[in-house]
Design a protein around this ligand. Structure first.
Ligand SMILES: [Fe+2]
Ligand SMILES: [Fe+2]
Length: 281
């Protein structure tokens, strides 16, 4: 029972004729809830069993209550972030599911990356922070002119320069939340906002960071972002089929990415396709 951790959930009462100190303390150290020496009084045994069962069920109810509360709080957090990003998308003329996709793909990429390497030292908590913060990657677009955001054709060079500013605007919006500066979520979201358009070879924007100068959070979100931008319809383009989108990313048609992340993308592409197909169905 100890080996399988059953003793943590199932109370054990030991009844024995051996009342030596050694035996009793061994039983307790193995995790029994109570020790009754034989000969015993049936009524006493009944009461002790009854009490222990009552205690355990009370404890179980408490655990359930706490779990439900955490779940509710977590659900509200996710919902607030969802609403916030939906507002941005609504204005951007992006499909309402862009943030959902980024969230899912970022989670899958991180999961695969953690399986593959411990190079980036990504904890469970980091994974949660990065996937949650990924929803905020384009909040800076709120500060970009709607005519540019929703322009059906190609952007002129000047318009593109303005469009690029959404990275800095997003980062500075988060930076001005002085009371949340020590929050990890805000720190990660700021990284993602500012650097999700950087490229591994240094040819991205706004800072031209190279390789792992780009925080891994932003690197992962940029792969997810590029995939979903290709695979979804936008005002300026039709949706590419899944295979074509993957091929374009692998060929470097959307810039250079961390080779490790491309491997991860390749490993999980079947799962991504399944998710996208399931949604269309
Ligand atoms: Fe962006
Ligand atoms: Fe995006």
């Amino acid at each position: 029972m100890n080996r399988n951790h059953w003793i943590e959930d199932i109370p054990v009462i030991m009844i024995s004729t051996d009342n030596s100190d050694d035996n009793v303390s061994r039983a307790y150290s193995l995790g029994v809830s109570d020790y009754i020496s034989s000969p015993f009084d049936a009524k006493v045994v009944y009461n002790r069993v009854f009490n222990i069962i009552k205690l355990y069920s009370k404890q179980r109810r408490l655990v359930q209550l706490v779990t439900e509360q955490i779940y509710e709080k977590e659900k509200d957090n996710q919902m607030m972030i969802g609403i916030l990003s939906h507002i941005v998308e609504f204005r951007n003329g992006e499909s309402g599911s862009h943030v959902l996709h980024i969230n899912k793909i970022t989670g899958m990429l991180l999961e695969r990356l953690i399986q593959k390497t411990d190079k980036y030292d990504i904890s469970w908590h980091d994974r949660y922070l990065i996937t949650t913060a990924s929803a905020l990657h384009d909040i800076g677009k709120i500060g970009v002119d709607e005519k540019i955001l929703n322009k059906p054709g190609r952007l002129t060079a000047d318009e593109f320069e303005i469009m690029k500013m959404h990275t800095m605007i997003g980062a500075s919006m988060l930076h001005s939340l002085t009371m949340y500066q020590d929050e990890e979520l805000v720190r990660v979201a700021t990284e993602i906002c500012r650097w999700h358009h950087e490229r591994y070879d240094g040819r991205g924007y706004p800072d031209g960071l190279k390789g792992d100068e780009i925080p891994i959070s932003a690197q992962v979100v940029s792969v997810a972002d590029v995939y979903d931008a290709l695979a979804s319809e936008r005002v300026y383009k039709k949706a590419f089929p899944h295979e074509k989108a993957i091929e374009m990313i692998m060929n470097g048609e959307c810039g250079t990415f961390n080779p490790l992340l491309l491997e991860c993308l390749n490993d999980i592409q079947g799962r991504i396709k399944d998710e996208m197909d399931a949604e269309k169905a």
